[in-house]
Every structure is written in structure tokens, then in C-alpha cells.
Design a protein around this ligand. Structure first.
Ligand code: NAD
Ligand code: DAO
Ligand code: ZN
Ligand code: ZN
Length: 370
């Protein structure tokens, strides 16, 4: 079948709207009509060429919501008409990782997903006979996309797909990093570096965890208004402290450092600051941001010897098939805010505007509504 799609032909170039060919689902696969998709910093990161795993030509997009159009042979857990959120972190329920009880990083299709193809090694997308690669196993910048059954979470049909699509990445990642990875306890102090869709969702998660102080840090002061509305208590713009390391500013502000910090930018220097603003003896820092190819983090090992902990979080530690439907239900119950995070809604034809607005720091999230 034909599908409207935004194709990334090469790194650093705008996306091109094309009518691509989409092959039907093979065994264990599902054809989904994407109703809406968010545009995340990670899409921009891959498009920029800085992503070590980035490959072209590719159909990007990983923050979608859609409806099942067709199921392949052997698919038992989904049927035509089901509402779904694509998962870049699948959940097979059978691999060593899924069974460990310690991680959400299912490895069942990791190798082929990383190569931009379906589990059988081929792509379902093409244009004029030339294959186009899948992205993160999701490719939500195509109106029709094919995914493995294990990469789809079935959700409440009453949920608006043009809103809950954001649970496919940013909002779940931020909230999950607080609740699952750090396990922030009531009264704890928190520092959040970077107030994009991820950082603001960390703020939301910290409020849900009933944290005490929530210190937010961003070089774009325009971001503070939304952070305040979500419940942040202290606002730090590094540009106001040209002569003091930002970790020192936060240590001074919080009587020795915060209990938990979250890096939501992808900047290795900020990652160091996020660790070093943690309280001696127990402070924990969670890296969420994805750094560019070849970059490395550093600190003095004595920071860890003296009790600080460095960890990381992918998709907020959330197991997509079993736990994401509960996040949708919490949105429907008014416990998770999504609407406030959507600054702009655009048709697919204007998707490059969404990238420009993100680079200009003018949006939290743009949603593409097909
Ligand atoms: P975004 O671009 O919308 O937000 C980044 C924010 O950081 C902006 O507000 C910007 O002003 C601020 N910033 C930039 N440099 C800064 C600095 N030196 N000090 C303070 N603030 C600074 O990005 P996003 O969509 O929120 O994504 C954030 C990061 O999270 C990206 O690296 C993305 O790839 C990553 N990510 C990780 C996961 C995961 O599962 N680990 C999931 C999604 C996204
Ligand atoms: O199992 O190695 C693996 C794949 C991990 C994927 C986790 C991705 C999280 C960071 C990328 C940002 C996603 C939008
Ligand atoms: Zn994302
Ligand atoms: Zn698995």
C-alpha cells in the first residue's frame, strides 16, 4: 500500500514528504495506522548525524499513537481496530532480560532493530523499489507503519491518540526515571537539568513522588514558567553564574546537595555537574540524555567513593506492554498531565517546522496529527 511519510534521505537535511510503499505485515507483525506522533529530541539527534547508530535513508519517529489495520500470521494479542502505542523498547516476556525482573531492556529484536530492519532482516518500506530503513522499530513519521507484535502496547480505546502518543517516549521516560529508576521518596530534594519534554516530565514525576524541593536548571529561562506550573520550586539559569560551577550553586542552595538529580540534555559536562551536585553519602544521579557519538563522561572517582551513585534510565525503566497501558489510564484519570506539554499541532507536511521550533527552544512538544 501507499503511505504518506517524512523520509530522512541523509543526515543534516530536512525531511522530504513522500508517498512510500509499505509492504503488508509478515508473521508476528502488525500494520498500524499512525494517528499522531510527537517529535522528540532523539529524532533530531539522529537526523543531525550525531547518533552513533544513525543510518539513512530512514523513516524516523518513535512517539506515536495509532490503530491496528492488519495483523500478520500468528499474531494473537492484537486485532484490527485495537488502539496501540509503538514501543522502541519492546517486551517479549521471554528473553533473559524480560525474565530478569531487573530491566525493561528486552533484547529479543535488538540486533535487527538497531540495523533498521524487521526481525526477518528486511524492510517493509520502499520508494521506487529502493528500501528505506525503519527507525527504533517504530517509524511513526509514516502514516502506515509495520511493527513486531512485541513492540506494541494495547491501550484504552477512549484515550485520545493525539495526546497519549507522547507516552510513547518523553513523558513516560521522565516520570518513569523518577518513579522506577531513582525511586524518589516523599520529601526528597531533586535537581532537573534541561527542561524539554523529558525534564519537564521528570518535574511531573517528582511531584507525583511528593518530592520536597525541585530545583530546575536550564539555560533558556523561558522554560521556567512551565516548570513552575508543574511544581518546580527553585529556578537556576547557569548564565546567571558565569564564574561558579553550576554544581556548586546547587550544593549551596540545598545545604550540601540534592538527594536525586536527573540529566535531561545529553551534555557530558552537565552529566558531571548533575552527579557532583548530589549530596555526599547518598545522592543519586540519573542520566537520561543521550550524548553524541564518541563522547565520554568523567568525574573524580572519589565522588563515588564518598557515596554518590551514577545510573542511567531508558524509557523510564517502563516495560511497555505490561506497564504503559497503566500510564494511559493514569492520564485518563487526571493523574498524568499531557495536554499542557503540547505547544504545537502540525500536519505531516509541516514536520520540518516542528524540528525548527525544537531547535529554537520554542516548544515543549510538537505533535504531528496525520
Ligand atoms: P529538548 O531539546 O526538548 O530539551 C533540552 C533542554 O535542555 C532545553 O530546554 C535546553 O534549553 C536545555 N539545555 C541545553 N543545554 C543546556 C545546558 N548546558 N544547561 C542547562 N540546560 C540546557 O530535549 P528532550 O526531547 O527533552 O530530550 C532530552 C534528552 O533526552 C535528549 O538527549 C534525548 O535524546 C534524551 N532522551 C532520552 C531518553 C531515554 O530513554 N533515556 C528518551 C527520550 C529522550
Ligand atoms: O537494549 O541496547 C538496548 C536498546 C536500548 C534503547 C534505549 C533507548 C533509550 C535512549 C534513546 C532515546 C529514545 C528516544
Ligand atoms: Zn523520544
Ligand atoms: Zn524480552
Amino acid at each position: 500500500m501507499k503511505s504518506r511519510a517524512a523520509v530522512a534521505w541523509e543526515a543534516g537535511k530536512p525531511l522530504c514528504i513522500e508517498q512510500v510503499d509499505v509492504a503488508g505485515p509478515k508473521a508476528g507483525e502488525v500494520l498500524v495506522r499512525i494517528v499522531a506522533t510527537g517529535v522528540c529530541h532523539t529524532d533530531a539527534f539522529t537526523l543531525s548525524g550525531a547518533d552513533p547508530e544513525g543510518q539513512f535513508p530512514v523513516i524516523l519517529g518513535h512517539e506515536g499513537g495509532g490503530i491496528v489495520e492488519e495483523v500478520g500470521e500468528g499474531v494473537t494479542s492484537l486485532k484490527v481496530g485495537d488502539h496501540v502505542i509503538p514501543l522502541y523498547t519492546p517486551e517479549c516476556g521471554q528473553c533473559k532480560f524480560c525474565l530478569s525482573g531487573k530491566t525493561n531492556l528486552c533484547q529479543k529484536i535488538r540486533v535487527t532493530q538497531g540495523r533498521g530492519v524487521m526481525p526477518d532482516g528486511s524492510s517493509r518500506f520502499s520508494l521506487n523499489g529502493k528500501p528505506l530503513l525503519h527507525y527504533m522499530g517504530t517509524s511513526t513519521f509514516s502514516e502506515y507503519t509495520v511493527l513486531p507484535e512485541i513492540s506494541l502496547a494495547k491501550i484504552n480505546k477512549a484515550a485520545p491518540l493525539e495526546k497519549v502518543c507522547l507516552l510513547g517516549c518523553g513523558i513516560t521516560t521522565g516520570i518513569g526515571a523518577v518513579l522506577n529508576t531513582a525511586k524518589v521518596e516523599p520529601g526528597a530534594s531533586v535537581a532537573v537539568f534541561g527542561l524539554g519534554g523529558i525534564g519537564l516530565s521528570v518535574v511531573q514525576g517528582a511531584v507525583m513522588a511528593r518530592a520536597g524541593r525541585i530545583v530546575v536548571v536550564d539555560t533558556n529561562a523561558d522554560k521556567f514558567e512551565m516548570a513552575r506550573a508543574l511544581g518546580a520550586t527553585d529556578f537556576v539559569n547557569p548564565k546567571d553564574y558565569p564564574d561558579t560551577p553550576i554544581q556548586q550553586v546547587i550544593v549551596d542552595l540545598t545545604d550540601g546537595g540534592v538527594d536525586y538529580s536527573f540529566e535531561c540534555i545529553g551534555n557530558v559536562n552537565v552529566m558531571r555537574a548533575a552527579l557532583e551536585c548530589c549530596h555526599k553519602g547518598w545522592g543519586e544521579s540519573v542520566i537520561i540524555g543521550v550524548a553524541g557519538a564518541g563522547q565520554e563522561i568523567s568525574t573524580r572517582p572519589f565522588q563515588l567513593v564518598t557515596g554518590r551513585v551514577w545510573r542511567g534510565s531508558a524509557f523510564g525503566g517502563v516495560k511497555g506492554r505490561s506497564q504503559l497501558p497503566g500510564y494511559v489510564d493514569r492520564y485518563m484519570a487526571g493523574e498524568i498531565k499531557i495536554d499542557e506539554m503540547i505547544t504545537k499541532v502540525l500536519p505531516l507536511e509541516r514536520i520540518n517546522e516542528a524540528f525548527e521550533l525544537m531547535h529554537e527552544g520554542k516548544v515543549i512538544r510538537s505533535v504531528i496529527h496525520y
